[in-house]
Write a protein that binds this ligand. Sequence first.
Ligand SMILES: [Mg+2]
Length: 170
Amino acid sequence: MKKVIVDMDGVMADVYHQLMQFEKRDSGKEIEIRDLTGMTELEAFPNGKKHVNEVGFFRTLPVMEGSRDALEYINSKYELYIVSAGMEFPNSLREKFDWLAEHFPFISWEQIVLCGSKKVVHGDIMIDDYPKNLDHFPGEKFIFTQPHNELIENENYKRVYSWEEIMNAL
Ligand SMILES: [Mg+2]
């Protein structure tokens, strides 16, 4: 059975949307997604670093549209692993685990890999929004479109814009 490796932030969880909400809450400033092309989350949001370190940030992330149904389907057909570099924000580990249990109850603890670098990750298909994770992966690479990667052109990636598209491809 093929192994499918799926990232959390920017793929299953809508980090930009959360940062927009937190920015609006704190400064009243409304940031438009369409103005953020080519910018990382932390470049796009002036208080982003503070917000990602706030208790509850990862626990309350909105679920990316269509991801639940698509992952339930992928889980029935493939060996699915959720791989997130949670060590970047050590406080996020428990929150990420609880978030997955709430929104993706069909994913068992054995399928969850919260790690540091993803360079050690192997498998057949990887779905991620960051080239730094995809580039070391030996299998097929799906880049999940997010503002920070929109301008990147790389023939080694299959660019996808939605979970519906991923479901149709797998
Ligand atoms: Mg990500």
